[in-house]
Design a protein. Structure first.
Length: 475
């Protein structure tokens, strides 16, 4: 039997006495042929498994080899790497590099594994570490070009976009700003020039917006200005404000002149209507109506007519003092008051425009049409009177109530549960018919049983009398 010895083990392996075999050295160690053990790589060196040497950063070796090979240009190997890796686009490396270097500004590398960076073409620029160069009107990023927005520009070689000055403009991707034509203007950073009465939108530099009503922009102005007090604009896009002339001066910036019939003040921002019994015509304040005249509406421009100061006996004064009204039946006015009064209990006034009341000739529960005892009549069933025959007729019972008595002097009686009265002046209540019910007193109608239920009870007071229809029937 042949015994293995350490002299038989090749490079990158060692003789193991425990297994009597040649064992491969692990990564980070190495051995020459005939070794009894593997040696660890020194600090800053590395090796793959089975290596015969350790290599510094920027180089590599293969299993069984005792030679270190430098990484080719465009690749690198850092400390601990066992192979070389390609440099990313935007970077480069020389032969034997342990790291890749970013391309300097105004140079680029478009692909990975570059051994050098290329200079940007004339008129274009790039940032450090770029993969492309950008033309004028664009700003270089690390992997792309960003176009300058409308209202800005970038000349060849500029590292950033610059804002156009007021009076100039540019479209997107511009290399310079252009001057606005005569009669047009722009604010700083504009992508368009606007005519008088318009301004550049803050949300879209390429759009002109009309100055709103109440403001204006003269030729050359870059923003809209509010009309001062006493002036206005009638439409959007105005180039100047118009004086209110003989009309009430408008509050600053409202865009309108306050109409006649209104007023304002230095502390007010709106036009306010004149109150009742006051007016205005081209004035900043409202004037009170002269004695004997009136204005019934707010916002009046003049006072008209004569107000009433007193009404004759048998009448009362309207609330707006513009006339008188006749006292109604059972009310009166002797002329000592501005309003009509109700007749005292036990007395009546049977005509409109009464100046006094007379003692009722009838007792309660009756009425009279002549004003004498000979004309007294008892209230018929379904009606009542509680004021000593104070009217020319008796009061009717309301729906849900009844009165069976003749000459009733008390209010009508409510229908009891299970009955109803659906007309006024009822003399009795009717029982709820079969299939209906009412649980309340004073009902003017009865409720029907729910769908699918029926009841044969008359005068029912609850839905519990409704029962389900038998099989084969419905409701």
């Amino acid at each position: 039997m042949i015994m293995l010895t350490s002299s038989i083990c090749g490079t990158g392996t060692y003789y193991s006495t425990s297994t009597s075999t040649c064992t491969t050295c692990s990564s980070g160690t190495y051995s020459l042929s005939g070794a009894n053990y593997c040696t660890s790589c020194a600090s800053g060196y590395s090796s793959p498994a089975g290596a015969g040497t350790c290599c510094a950063a920027g180089s590599y070796t293969t299993a069984g080899s005792t030679l270190c090979i430098s990484c080719p240009a465009g690749s690198y190997a850092a400390v601990g790497f066992t192979t070389c890796s390609s440099c990313a686009a935007g970077t480069y490396s020389n032969s034997g590099a342990s790291t890749c270097t970013a391309c300097i500004p105004n140079t680029y590398s478009a692909t990975s594994g570059s051994a050098s960076c290329s200079s940007c073409p004339s008129g274009s620029t790039s940032k450090a570490g770029s993969t492309a160069c950008c033309a004028a009107g664009y700003i270089a990023g690390y992997g792309s070009c960003t176009v300058c927005a409308a209202g800005s520009y970038a000349a060849a070689g500029d590292a950033s976009c610059s804002q156009c000055l007021a009076g100039k403009f540019s479209l997107s991707g511009a290399t310079s700003c252009l001057t606005c034509a005569a009669g047009l203007s722009s604010s700083a950073g504009a992508g368009i020039c606007c005519a008088a009465g318009y301004y550049v939108s803050s949300s879209d530099a390429s759009t002109c917006l009309a100055c709103p009503v109440g403001s204006y922009a003269a030729v050359g102005a870059t923003t809209c200005s509010s009309c001062p007090a006493g002036k206005y604009t009638a439409a959007a896009g105005s180039t100047s404000c118009t004086a209110c002339e003989n009309r009430l001066a408008s509050p600053g910036g409202t865009g309108v002149c306050c109409p006649d019939g209104s007023y304002t003040s230095p502390s007010s921002s709106i036009c306010l209507q004149c109150g009742i019994n006051s007016y205005s015509v081209g004035a900043a304040v409202c004037s009170s109506c002269a004695a004997g005249s009136y204005a019934t509406m707010t916002g009046s421009t003049a006072c008209t007519g004569q107000v009433v100061t007193a009404c004759p006996a048998g009448s009362g004064m309207l609330s707006d003092q513009l006339g008188c009204y006749l006292c109604a039946i059972n009310t009166f006015n002797t002329g000592s008051s501005s309003q009509c009064k109700s007749c005292p209990t036990g007395s009546i006034a049977l005509t409109v425009g009464s100046v006094s009341c007379v003692v009722s000739p009838c007792s309660v529960g009756s009425y009279t049409t002549t004003g004498t005892s000979a004309g007294c009549k008892l209230c018929p069933a379904g009606t009542y009177d509680t004021l000593f025959g104070s009217g020319s007729s008796c009061k009717s019972c309301t729906t849900g109530t009844f009165s069976a008595a003749i000459g009733s002097s008390s209010p009508c009686t409510s229908c009891s549960p299970g009955s109803f009265a659906n007309t006024s002046a009822a003399t009795s209540c009717a029982a709820c018919p079969a299939g209906t019910y009412t649980a309340s007193s004073g009902s003017s109608s009865c409720s029907g049983c729910a769908a699918g239920k029926a009841s044969s009870s008359i005068g029912a007071v609850s839905s519990s009398t409704c029962s389900a229809c038998p099989a084969g029937t419905y409701s």
